[in-house]
Design a protein around this ligand. Structure first.
Ligand code: ADP
Ligand code: MG
Length: 406
């Protein structure tokens, strides 16, 4: 019998008070964590306004710390009182987020990822270290399947009114700077962002270990696998460029195999401007779910801090490409803005990293290879999932090849 919304048939359930639950459902082998509300003797899929998010917040408020409910684990960093009144987040999203009382965002993992999941550990480490440039974590719920690793099913964070992500705020800033020739605002915001990223790495420094030959070989092999996929998926122009510069590209990516004996840490892992929310002068980093292109077991492994730095720097170059595409501006108008933005971010990052006593975390000679890998990943992503994004890596690749061959 096909499942309907009034007959969830959960494979596991976390009760949230009398009438609500968090249900794990299996639809044709795909697991989801969905909010549920009791209807007679059945569980119905709860929507915004049905009170499941409010019920979860009440549970977090009355059980601060860590508590285990069979295969569920609830971690709460809040002691209440629990806000009320639900409304949905309406922007494009992968999961399903509900805003409660304009104070908290409850994100249900509608697409349950196989574990292990990096977010609970990252959020706990950042919270313990007093890092504040992220939406305030209120709590997480994890679930451990009978035959698998623990994974994340709900994340609750403090709500930031009016927050927009970098694919909006940075694109606007870049366009304004290119039109006026005044780069002060871009430089100011990117410097702040560099400081925030350094503070995040300093906060995660408690997780530092040293890379082994196996780590370096895995990074190198991963980059060459990405290169092979990009060669298959690139459009003719970029495919030609990859062929023409094969020797240079191979040499750059090969540098990853030399990253032995360097400091590595539980970094963000998927840092780009889209993960940076801005509200007024405040910048916060979101989404500690790890890099979705890596297999789950690899997502939780420590990496050089330079992975995050390369990710955020390269995303600024992509912002410049998007800004030119979506306006009357040409790439030539945007190039100096991009250069100033990246220089400001990197300088501020290095300055703060030194100030906090963690200068050794920065591995400058890895940046070129990691940025190149990021561009190749964008080719693969666009080729497989989002063809209309391909203009971004198509424009980024020649620019980066010019930069790395200087
Ligand atoms: P998904 O994994 O579903 O993409 P995200 O965590 O990226 O979910 O959030 C999706 C969107 O919801 C963000 O781009 C942002 O607009 C909004 N959002 C997420 N967290 C918050 C928050 N704490 N405060 C305000 N808005 C948020
Ligand atoms: Mg997102």
């Amino acid at each position: 019998m096909p499942l309907t919304d009034t007959d969830l048939d959960p494979i596991d359930l976390l009760r949230l008070g009398d009438r609500h639950a968090l249900a794990i459902v299996d639809r044709d082998g795909t697991l989801s964590a969905v909010p549920a509300v009791a209807e007679g003797d059945r569980w119905r899929r709860a929507g915004s306004g049905d009170g499941a998010a409010e019920a979860l917040l009440r549970l977090l408020a009355c059980t601060p710390g860590r508590s285990t409910h069979r295969r569920f684990e609830v971690v709460s960093w809040t002691g209440g009182p629990a806000p009320e009144t639900e409304r949905p987040v309406t922007v494009d999203q992968t999961n399903e987020s509900i805003i409660v009382g304009d104070l908290a965002v409850v994100k249900w993992a509608i697409h349950l990822e196989p574990g292990p999941h990096p977010a609970p550990g990252r959020l706990a480490a950042l919270t313990a270290a007093g890092f504040t440039a992220m939406p305030t974590p209120w709590g997480v719920v994890t679930w451990t399947p009978r035959d698998g690793a623990e994974t994340l099913v709900v994340t609750v964070t403090g709500y930031l009114p009016g927050a927009v992500d970098g694919w909006t705020w940075a694109v606007e800033l870049f366009k304004d700077a290119a039109r006026s020739g005044d780069h002060a605002a871009v430089i100011g915001v990117c410097a702040t962002l560099g400081t925030v990223v350094a503070d995040m790495h300093a906060a995660l420094a408690a997780t530092v270990t040293t890379s082994t030959r196996t780590d370096a070989q895995r990074w190198r092999d991963g980059a060459f696998a990405t290169l092979a996929a990009a060669r298959q998926l690139a459009r003719p122009g970029s495919a030609q460029l990859l062929a023409d510069h094969d020797e240079h590209i191979t040499a750059v990516l090969d540098r990853l195999s030399t990253l032995v004996g360097i400091p590595i840490l539980n970094a963000h892992g998927d840092l780009h401007v889209g993960q940076v929310l801005r509200t007024g002068d405040l910048l916060v980093i979101t989404d500690f779910d790890g890099n979705p292109v890596l297999p789950p077991a690899e997502r939780i492994l420590p990496v050089p801090a330079a992975v995050d730095v390369a990710g955020i720097l390269q995303s600024l170059s992509h912002v410049a490409i998007v800004a030119a595409e979506r306006s009357e501006l040409t790439p030539e108008h945007l190039t100096p803005v991009d250069a100033d933005a990246r220089a400001a971010l990197l300088n501020a990052y290095l300055h703060r990293l030194s100030e906090t006593g963690h200068a050794d975390l920065h591995i400058a000679h890895a940046l070129g290879a990691l940025r190149l890998q990021q561009v190749l990943r964008e080719v693969v992503y666009a080729g497989r999932h989002l063809p209309r994004w391909m203009y971004v890596p198509d424009a980024a690749l020649p620019a980066l090849l010019r930069e790395t061959s200087r």
